[in-house]
Design a protein around this ligand. Sequence first.
Ligand SMILES: [Ca+2]
Ligand SMILES: [Ca+2]
Ligand SMILES: [Ca+2]
Ligand SMILES: [Ca+2]
Length: 225
Amino acid sequence: MRFRIGFIGLMLVVLGLTGSLRAFKPVQAALSNPNTSRIVQTHVPQGAARINEQESNNTLATANPIMASRAIIRGIIWSGDVDMYRIELAAGDRLNVATMTSAATHSSTDTVLSLYALDGTSLIELDDDDGTFGSLSSVISSVPVTITGTYYIRINAFLATAQVRYYDLYVRIFSEATTAEQEPNDVVGTAQVLPASGAVEGSLSATTDVDLFKCWRYDFYEYRL
Ligand SMILES: [Ca+2]
Ligand SMILES: [Ca+2]
Ligand SMILES: [Ca+2]
Ligand SMILES: [Ca+2]
């Protein structure tokens, strides 16, 4: 069984950044790079733009732009609120998005995350509770992009009347090719070093197979089906 584990890269980025959240910048403050077709924020700690959502962003027309290939967006879901974001993706990219709700103190940690295609209405993927950063948080991992254009991310509370105060939306675009998994990697001593792209493609050859990976900051991360 083949599967993508690009989500590992996202998780490592998340782990690497959670401890260093500081000042968040308005969306408009995100810097653009005129030398690339994709808007990429520069001069950001550890490569991730930190920005705040800006209401009103409840519709496609008012969706907040995510102008970075790595970003952390802090937002609040008020009662009845919907938060829309838009992001430019190129064919060949893979998109990873996840909500972190463990810091929410009022009144729910239960988000629903949806990814929409270029028309803003065709649902590509929806996730309710697969996230790991907070009970009932959400994640959409390693979505392959075949058409270049603007895609839309929607966040809402599972219960329309609930509030999520606050959440962080973690975003990372993988643009590089995946690296093949290298066995044996079942123990810490043989854990595979994650490539800079953060994406590895592998397989679990048996129910007892375990794949371990390590990066520059943390010893290892385990992926198990
Ligand atoms: Ca909001
Ligand atoms: Ca909103
Ligand atoms: Ca949920
Ligand atoms: Ca293995």
